[in-house]
Design a protein around this ligand. Structure first.
Ligand code: GDP
Length: 484
């Protein structure tokens, strides 16, 4: 086909500015190329040409090194014996790997997967995902002609229960015990980047650490935070990152649109809800409500917070006064559709009643709906996770979005949508925060538990003051790092 005919086949730019490859068959994963059809307006953020070319070379590397290849076989062989001598010899091998372990909720998983993938791009490794959890029920394969699923017979997998700080090849622990030096290269290392990580675990990306880690054929990652921002502290990565992402707050936005394509089952849920509730509205608003407390559920102070934030920020109209209600307002009644997502159905029920019982002061018609109300988190239950992903996608399709502070579910939703959210502060006790929310100036997720300082030369410097575009997050009181 000529370029012209391609143009006419893709009026809505189904490849999102070259972010996606054309090399997939469409029906196996409808969301991949159909997604742009649903966007009310295309994303104003275009991927850089450098990112596009980097992705295409990544895809070739993944094909060369992925499961089923000779290279993969050779690379796994020396893992069986866990032999340092052999690993040192293997160092010349062209393929190096990242194994990503699934853990925590879906939002956490997507943030860490994108972070690990960015690290793979920077270090020319390929990423393989632990498929014992339901990854393949919710996400399609992102790389053409190969697979990102780690084969089930992968030698280290029988030991997963051991992947924690006590694991003998945990990098941070080895550093602490001075059990690692450049004379012997271990065949694999485990990188622990969870909320309980020490700085030694979080600083694996620094220049000094990378000179050794780079040679290790297999890196096993377990994380539950969006650690991508910290990669910018490494002076070797920095120029590369700036070329890949000239607009610094688009990292997750582009990577997520490249990597995450909901399976047909999930996509069906997205499109059916979208057609039923969002497609005909003049304007749409997403509200994501996450209640972080042991006795989580419905709380009046949270309900008040939602109303206070949305009205103060003019995302929803006030209710009409008795006087105003008598007047027949306007003939042109704008329809605003609100999608609420929460584990609890009561928040949207209340909002819906509010706008049903009385007219709005602007005459707008407000339609409130919520796709599911699962009551409690059931991660790794297939249909539950599918609903969660469908809802993140639906939220990402709205014109404006309100999300809950420190929720990775919310982070994925707004960032995927290229939206700067209004963040609902986390209440202390049962008091509605005042102000109720803050508008974020970035569409990036927050790295909730970043290292407290930078790499070598920046040791001792507050990590929020090292590079001008990495600052503390608006939605948490202490620490947190975000790209702006
Ligand atoms: P976080 O805990 O808010 O950072 O987000 P995660 O996605 O990592 O974990 C929360 C999990 O709880 C989700 O993955 C879902 O399984 C479930 N959950 C929380 N809020 C919602 C919601 O609004 N809708 C749905 N369907 N599930 C939710």
């Amino acid at each position: 086909t000529t370029n012209d005919s391609k143009e006419s086949e893709t009026p809505r730019d189904k490849l999102i500015g070259g972010l996606l490859t054309e090399d997939f068959e469409e029906s196996s994963c409808l969301s991949r190329y159909q997604k742009t059809l649903l966007y009310r307006k295309p994303s104003p953020y275009k991927p850089s040409e450098y990112l596009v070319s980097k992705l295409r070379s990544y895809e070739m590397l993944h094909k060369r090194c992925g499961p089923g290849t000779k290279a993969y076989k050779e690379a796994t062989e020396n893992l069986v014996h866990d032999d340092e001598d052999k690993a040192s010899k293997y160092v010349g091998g062209e393929c190096r790997y990242i194994v990503w372990l699934a853990g925590y909720g879906l939002g956490n998983r997507m943030l860490t997967l994108a972070s690990a993938f960015l690290y793979a791009l920077l270090t020319e490794r390929i990423i393989l995902v632990d498929q014992r959890k339901d990854v393949s029920d919710i996400l399609c394969e992102p790389f053409p002609g190969t697979s990102w699923l780690l084969p089930l017979d992968f030698p280290l997998m029988n030991y997963t229960y051991r992947f924690n700080k006590e694991y003998p090849r945990c990098y941070g622990t080895m550093l602490n015990n001075q059990a690692i030096n450049s004379t012997s290269i271990p065949p694999h290392l485990y990188l622990h980047n969870l909320h309980d990580s020490r700085d030694e675990d979080k600083m694996f990306f620094c220049e000094k650490d990378q000179s050794l880690i780079n040679k290790v054929p297999w890196l096993v990652f377990q994380a539950n935070v969006y650690f991508a921002p910290s990669l910018w502290f490494n002076p070797t990565f920095l120029p590369e990152l700036t070329k890949l992402f000239p607009q610094k707050d688009t990292v997750f936005h582009h990577l997520a649109r490249y990597l995450f394509h909901p399976t047909n089952q999930v996509w069906g849920m997205v499109t059916r809800y979208y057609q039923a509730h969002l497609s005909r509205a003049d304007e749409t608003l997403g509200i994501q409500i996450r209640v972080f407390r042991k006795d989580a559920g419905y709380f009046q102070h949270v309900m008040d917070q939602i109303v206070s934030c949305t009205q103060r920020e003019k995302l929803l109209p006030e209710l009409a006064t008795q006087e105003e209600s008598k007047v027949n307002i306007s003939n042109i009644q704008k329809l605003k559709a609100v999608i609420v997502t929460s584990l609890y159905p009561e928040y949207s029920d209340n909002l819906k009643n509010m706008f049903w019982e009385r007219p709005s002061s602007t005459g707008e018609i407000i339609d409130v709906a919520q796709p599911s109300g699962e009551r409690f988190q059931q991660t790794d239950k297939k249909i539950h996770d599918q609903k969660a992903l469908a809802e993140m996608y639906l939220l990402s399709l709205t014109d404006n979005i309100v999300t809950s502070a420190r929720s990775t579910f919310g982070y994925v939703s707004y960032s995927l949508g290229g939206l700067k959210p209004w963040l609902l502060y986390q209440p202390t006790g049962e008091i509605t925060p005042d102000p109720a929310c803050v508008r974020s100036t970035s569409m990036e997720p927050c790295y909730l538990t970043p290292p407290s300082h930078g790499c070598e030369a920046d040791w001792g410097k507050n990590s929020g003051k090292i590079v001008p575009f990495l600052k503390h997050c608006e939605d948490i009181m202490y620490g947190g790092l975000k790209l702006y």
